[in-house]
Design a protein around this ligand. Structure first.
Ligand code: ADP
Ligand code: ADP
Length: 224
């Protein structure tokens, strides 16, 4: 991201001159207080929000210069409370994107089963509906769904904030394991500095007004 600013139509400056180089195949955490522009930053990367100024390159390509569908297919997206389709089973939730991409039912189903195992969900949950799962299980489904088409990038917006601390710790450990196994580039938003330090290879600390305060490895942050 090079000198990226987002000014919403009402004049709010959500992000102000942000420049960041996010390393490949690691977890970069955006951390800071509520309202400091973390979600806006994440959403500019997949163009759910368009920047007012500045440039965002992904793998050297300007996101503004590629079709939005191509861009979004390369980025899984996970939000707080998972955002699952309530009227679809767990397996169908996970298979959503593969089915949209034209995979056969059988192939998409096999992919869903494989991913459930990867994120630590028992196969017996495949035919259940989201409301029949715990919050932590729903977040695992959200991660599995985001991984379904094997995108190189995962954008995660406070994905574990709504679950209790013990479950959250389990989810964080799973995410570190999955990242290590699959080598995804993960951009992870949280307001929790402990979570940032636990997960981040690098941590971007944002402050009110959408400015970058620090961009460093966790150990350097602690000594600062
Ligand atoms: P964070 O994710 O750090 O909580 P956000 O990116 O959601 O921050 O919001 C940054 C700032 O932009 C906040 O002041 C917020 O109220 C404002 N904001 C977010 N979305 C909009 C919008 N659609 N229109 C106007 N202001 C917005
Ligand atoms: P619109 O066509 O109205 O602009 P959007 O493209 O912003 O709609 O998104 C429509 C819905 O899809 C929203 O609920 C949004 O959260 C979701 N969405 C957008 N981009 C992604 C993505 N890359 N991965 C998963 N869900 C997405």
């Amino acid at each position: 991201m090079d000198s990226v600013t987002k000014r919403y139509p009402d004049g709010t400056v959500a992000v102000d001159g942000l420049s960041l180089e996010i390393p490949d195949r690691t977890i970069t955490v955006l951390v800071g207080p509520s309202g400091c522009g973390k979600t806006t930053t994440l959403r500019m990367i997949n163009r759910m929000v368009e920047p007012s100024e500045g440039t965002i390159l992904v793998d050297g390509v300007d996101v503004q210069k590629q079709p939005v569908n191509t861009l979004r297919r390369s980025m899984g997206y996970v939000i707080q409370n998972a955002g699952l389709f309530q009227h679809r089973t767990i397996a169908d939730n996970i298979a959503t994107v593969p089915r949209l991409l034209g995979w056969s039912k059988q192939k998409a189903r096999a992919r869903a089963e494989e991913l459930m195992e990867r994120v630590g969900l028992d196969a017996s949950l495949a035919k259940r509906y989201p409301y029949q799962l715990s919050g932590g299980q729903q977040q695992r489904v959200g991660v599995a769904r985001a991984l379904a088409a094997d995108p190189p990038v995962l954008l995660m917006d406070e994905p574990f904030s709504a679950v209790d601390p013990v479950v959250r710790k389990g989810l964080q450990e799973e995410l570190l394991r999955i990242q290590g196994e699959l080598g995804k580039t993960i951009i992870f938003v949280t307001h929790d500095i402990d979570e940032a330090i636990r997960l981040g290879t690098k941590v971007a600390v944002m402050r009110a007004g959408g400015r970058l305060a620090q961009f460093a490895e966790p150990a350097e942050l602690l000594s600062a």
